[in-house]
Design a protein around this ligand. Structure first.
Ligand code: ADP
Ligand code: GLC
Length: 503
């Protein structure tokens, strides 16, 4: 049974800003069901400490360069035996609010120090020096916040190998060189072959250069990041590592996201009781103060209001929908400029547009259940989870042909309707015109109830549970462990040869 340490900066339901939390809250459980002895390691943020008042301290130690003791506290992940190790260092993590940004949306000024500390603690756990009495066989790191770990392990004798998962290459953890000088990292890491990136410290390069293998959260995104368009200047490095790079599409937590049992929605339903979905539509219109109109095509959007998500395209689109029989309800937080634009446009057209500024798990479920269409015109999307939730809830996704969206949604054409594979509407260019055209295509099919129902049902039957993807991760772990054994064997042979020959 492989012992895996899963390092992440968020995990649902403890702390969540986006899809990484969904993955970290579900994949480890699926891996445990496959026989892994898996533990999650996560910072003990203030919001987590508030939720779990009486946490057990399972280890305490000092770390050179850090004042005071660091604690490791333990909690069980919902509905499972997966243990979460919380790195408790109040000066770095116990503050209230978002893990990465302050109340004004600005990155916490000490993010480099906070996540470097997190990585150093993981390094200690990896070699069983944190006092936990447990040594993982492999460390699975996720995104820049844990990306220094592979670099540190590379410098640590007896350290286990690592996998680095890129959930989003746009976030790299870039800091000035002066910050590198204060972090107490080995000075040999300051080179373009390690953490230096055009004169800056790049956390993510720690994972990209040093992890034994790398994966992204869809096959298509693994290809896209090897191109200048989506490689952010790291495409050369990723091409160089292409033999160690693969794609595994995310799954969904099919207990949390199940229209048949979802407690957060007004009316449960299945693909055979689809007429009940209408109850959720009416409830959503009421909640969003839109006219109760069961015939209007109701569009939904949930997400971070950032350029990645193509929210600017939606805003442009909404300026010219007066003539169309559609309504839209939006939920999100993010860049001020988009928040203001959406509030403004919703005020101008309250009959058709309603916007909820904020983060609400409950509303997200209600939108998935109540909308007819889910909009996801992302400029890039490593995987995307909302289109998967939408498919499961019979809410037809309209998506840009990119990343995980391209891998998971099948466009509606006369042929895909005929062979029962169509699940959504896919457009090729991230333009308002293309988005408009997709909505017209959707309206056309919505006007043919039989075909619409077929589309909805095919989507609901799509299989995106974690079972298959967790098996792919397990194979990847096994491959890394096998490669590590071969490496160790070879270096032992070399050692013996050198001993014999006196080299
Ligand atoms: P990303 O990780 O890039 O934000 P994903 O589609 O992978 O995109 O995952 C986003 C997750 O965060 C989904 O579970 C989505 O429902 C949730 N989410 C995003 N914004 C909000 C919000 N304002 N309220 C509730 N849930 C949200
Ligand atoms: C990232 C990506 C998103 C992906 C999520 C979980 O935040 O933007 O596409 O689904 O990570 O892997």
């Amino acid at each position: 049974m492989s012992k895996i340490l899963f390092a992440t900066s968020e995990a649902h339901p403890l702390i969540k800003t986006g899809g990484l939390a969904d993955v970290a809250g579900a994949l480890p459980i699926a891996l445990q069901n496959l026989g892994c002895d898996i533990r999650i390691v996560l910072p003990a943020y203030g919001d987590i400490l508030k939720q779990y008042k009486s946490l057990k301290t399972v280890a305490e130690f000092y770390l050179s360069g850090t004042a005071g003791k660091i604690g490791v506290r333990a909690v069980q992940l919902n509905r499972s035996k997966v243990k979460i190790l919380l790195v408790d260092y109040p000066a770095a993590f116990a503050r209230k609010g978002n893990p990465y940004v302050d109340e004004y949306g600005e990155p916490w000024p000490d993010n480099a120090e906070r996540f470097a500390l997190f990585c150093k603690v993981i390094q200690l756990i990896a070699i069983d020096r944190a006092g936990l009495g447990w040594k993982p066989d492999l460390i699975h790191c996720n995104d820049w916040q844990s990306a220094l770990v592979p670099a540190l392990l590379n410098q640590t004798p007896g350290a286990p190998p690592s996998l680095f998962t890129i959930h989003n290459l746009a976030y790299q953890g870039l800091f000035p060189q002066s910050t590198f000088n204060t972090l107490g990292l080995p000075s040999t890491l300051w080179t373009p072959h390690a953490l230096e990136f055009h004169g800056q410290l790049s956390f993510i390069k720690g994972g990209l250069v040093f992890a034994d293998r790398i994966n992204t959260v869809s096959v298509q995104y693994a290809k896209e990041i090897q191109t200048p368009a989506l490689g952010y200047g790291l495409e050369g490095l990723l091409q160089h590592r292409r033999h160690a790079l693969s794609g595994i599409v995310n799954g969904i937590d099919d207990i949390a996201w199940n229209p048949q049992t979802d407690k957060l929605i007004s009316q449960n339903y299945t693909s055979t009781t689809l007429s009940k979905k209408k109850v959720n539509k009416l409830a959503l219109q009421k909640l969003y103060k839109l006219p109760a109109n069961k015939d209007a095509l109701l569009l939904g959007f949930i997400g971070r209001l950032v350029e990645q998500k193509g929210i600017d395209l939606i805003i442009e689109l909404l300026k010219s929908i007066k003539q169309l029989p559609i309504q839209i309800c939006l939920l999100g937080t993010g860049d001020k400029i988009y928040q203001q634009a959406l509030s403004h446009i919703a005020k101008q057209n309250p009959e058709q547009i309603s916007f909820n500024l904020g983060y609400s798990e409950k509303l997200a479920h209600q939108i998935e259940a109540g909308a007819d269409i889910f909009l996801m015109p992302s400029r890039f999307e490593p995987c995307g989870l909302n289109q998967l939730y939408s498919l499961r809830y019979g809410t037809v996704p309209i998506v840009h042909n990119v990343g995980g969206l391209a891998d998971t949604v099948i466009d509606t054409t006369p042929e895909t309707i005929k062979n029962n594979t169509a699940t959504g509407f896919v457009f090729n260019q991230p333009t308002v015109k293309a988005l408009h055209q997709s909505i017209h295509r959707a309206l056309e099919i919505y006007g043919e109830p039989k075909t619409w129902k077929k589309l909805v049902k095919t989507g609901m039957k799509s299989e995106f549970t974690w079972d298959k993807s967790a098996k792919d991760y397990l194979h990847l772990y096994q491959k890394i462990l096998k490669e590590q054994n071969i490496k160790q064997y070879n270096s032992y042979q070399n050692y013996q040869f050198n001993e014999r020959t006196g080299h």
